[in-house]
Design a protein around this ligand. Sequence first.
Ligand code: ADP
Ligand code: GN1
Ligand code: MG
Length: 371
Amino acid sequence: MDYTTLNAIIDHFEVQGEIGDLQTYGSGHIHDTYRLKNKQAGYPDYILQKINNSIFTDVDNLMHNIERVINHMQQKEENQTSRDTEDKMLSLVQTKAGKSYYQHADGSYWRMYLFLKGTKGYDLIENEKQAREGGRAYGQFMADLSDLDPTKIHEVLVDFHNIEHRLNQLNQAMTKDPKKRLKDLSPEVDFVTARTEQMKQIKQMGDAGKLPLRITHNDTKFNNVLLNEKDEAQCVIDLDTIMPGYMAYDFGDAVRTIINTAEEDEKDLEKIQLNMGLFKAFAEGFIEKTKDIITENEVYSLAQSCLLLPYIMGVRFLTDYIDGDHYYKIHSPHHNLQRARAQFELVKKLEGRFDEIQKTIQNISKKYSCH
Ligand code: ADP
Ligand code: GN1
Ligand code: MG
């Protein structure tokens, strides 16, 4: 996108001061994100995002959800004066027309947030303090959303973490095989097939009414928690996928990125190892903050979710690879396959230490006297 167009778009928002530097920012797979630096001292920097509307087709509903969640969180904070609230939540910048997003003449959709000063998101976690803080942030986020009326939230991406739906999508892609890639993918397809029944467990518990349907974040990668300079969690971001879901989804997706010593798309599978110390610290933080709402079945589901979420992501990356790479941004021709292989390797490693994962969760939930 050229600077003249970007500046014309920025001009539609209620920006204070004057924007100087403008750079692409972050490592998200879905939207185009820009950091806007203010030329004028004392005025805020901003985050500008081009919303991927081939994935989020109903931008109005999407932005409605985000506004609802931000309002809900702000009300909570106003009622809890003991909490240090400054910069703890995303703030949308309104357009000059008084809306939370802007549609450009070319059909693209844009939104703007205040840039949260002094914060950083990490693709790779660095220490146990960060892990504990991440757990506390995602746990608190879930607890805060537990009294938000679920009927007020649109299911913007239907069946997002429904494994049966994701396996159906994989089967459809395999049937079409538009790029003729399937012939080289027997190991990956066999890996998926060998685990389909086991991976349906959380969904089946939910369908049987054994897990409460909550409002969940659904994209709890570690880089969606911003930390301050002291490695304290400051804000949970990336609110696009907030929808009804199970607690396990948010736990498992975060663990996927925290326990893994390597990047999500690591090519060298030897580098994919488990850091149990980071896992334990994350689980401690998460359970500490959800101890008053978590049920016995949910405690059980947390360990299962550590296998399910990397498996789902592997299935989705593999599906996109077979489909011809339409969904995720890729940075090399076989990037989605590399991502899928890395996620499946992680599942294998997690299977090898599943008992330890389960015991750790049980011990922590006992310590916090969970149900
Ligand atoms: P995506 O859905 O593409 O991952 P995100 O909303 O997570 O998009 O934003 C991408 C990156 O931009 C984040 O990982 C984070 O580093 C940065 N970011 C997003 N919003 C803010 C904000 N309000 N303040 C500071 N950094 C932000
Ligand atoms: C996408 O936008 P980003 O990078 O935070 C994806 C998540 C996946 C993630 C894998 C809307 O998240 O579901 O877990 O990539 N978001 C959507 O890294 O599909
Ligand atoms: Mg993100």
